[in-house]
Design a protein around this ligand. Sequence first.
Ligand code: NDP
Length: 253
Amino acid sequence: MTTQQAEAMGPKVVLVTGASSGIGEAAAERLVADGHRVVAGARRTDRLDALAERLAPVAARSGGGLDPVGLDVTDPAAVRAYVEGARERYGRVDALVSNAGVMPLSRLDSLLVDEWDRMIDVNVRGLLHGIAAALPVFTAQGGGHFVTVASVGAHEVVPTGAVYCATKFAAWAITEGLRQECDPSVRVTTLSPGVVTSELADSITEPGAAEAMRSFRAHQIGPRAIADALAYALAQPSDVDVNEIVVRPARQR
Ligand code: NDP
């Protein structure tokens, strides 16, 4: 193994958006335990502060750590400051995990236009803001790793999921385009979870969609399963690019 390949498997500076709950929180836990420096972004900084405190003993053992950063991914200047702040502090950014997302499902004829806009703003524009902020950094430093948390909704459409699935199809397409355009020193992974225990469905306001979600979410897996898949993709040597991972509950069809 070359030095460069070995370095790719060592401790990294990893930015995780949406780390205040669910998959992002589990990802932060796993990565800190693996000895990485996680720069955790979300709007609920009280949650991030509590996470940093909870992980302090883990970080002391592993050599990793967690920096809580207030972040709204819909604000391009804030995303730039988030990425730039990490680069200034640590001298490099090894990976950006674009995980922040919202899912207020509803039928189109409910006309919940504000909720459609919010999904597009967070799930699509938020992802693009991360790419715009990190791509110049990765290019200048000669490497980096983009990870997009998409969904099985990037591969299929279900009633009440038209707009949410559209945002996840878009996330898939943007990430695949990025993979094709990027220099080989930049790695690109799309990680698509199935039903995972989290707060994601709490934002559904339409009663019919909330009811449908209850049966759809009958079989769930914990967010650690997604964090483990992320850790696998990040840990590969620099010449190995894990492009797509789909992780579902075994009982999910
Ligand atoms: P959660 O609701 O538990 O977590 C969502 C995270 O996104 C929170 O940390 C939230 O933080 C953050 N977030 C939301 N809006 C913004 C914003 N504007 N700026 C910054 N952060 C924001 O759900 P999950 O953990 O399940 O979701 C994580 C990702 O996984 C999402 O992209 C989701 O679409 C995807 N996914 C989840 C599945 C599941 O079954 N759970 C299945 C498939 C995909 P805060 O509110 O503090 O800002």
